[in-house]
Design a protein around this ligand. Structure first.
Ligand SMILES: [Zn+2]
Length: 143
């Protein structure tokens, strides 16, 4: 589950050419987006860190579209940002499942791993300042 999730996030961000500035902002404010010691959150963060390093290394060009998306994101409130993160994680997990051609059995196993990790992760939710009822990454992976 851990490696799968990190890859899902990294591959999803690369494929979508996601604005790196948004990812950097989330990583700089982990309290608002991630639950400490949550396995799902941790691996989402690892995938994001890998993406930022990857974009820097290849000196990726920041387009006007990136700037626009980043501005829209900055103008949204905390709960909206969390919802965006949740949607992103959900979409990327789904895409990675097909990218890796998981069998039904493997996918069922993955889902049960996600469910357990969410349950464990949510016990630390109170340690974060996430402005939502649930953890965005855990919710996205389990949607
Ligand atoms: Zn989490």
């Amino acid at each position: 589950m851990n490696v799968f999730l990190e890859q899902a996030i990294f591959n999803g961000l690369v494929t979508e050419d996601f604005p790196v500035a948004i990812i950097e902002k989330m990583l700089q404010n982990p309290d608002s987006f991630f639950v400490p010691k949550c396995r799902i959150c941790t691996n989402v963060q690892l995938g994001m860190e890998k993406y930022v390093a990857h974009q820097k290394q290849k000196k990726a060009i920041i387009t006007d579209q990136h700037k626009q998306k980043t501005q829209t994101w900055k103008n949204s409130n905390g709960a909206e940002k969390c919802y965006n993160l949740q949607t992103l994680v959900h979409r990327y997990v789904d895409e990675e499942r097909y990218r890796q051609k998981l069998s039904e059995e493997e996918y069922t196993q993955l889902q049960s791993d996600f469910a357990i990790a969410k349950k464990q992760g949510m016990t630390n939710k109170h340690l974060s300042n996430i402005p939502a009822r649930t953890c965005p990454s855990c919710e996205g992976a389990n949607r």
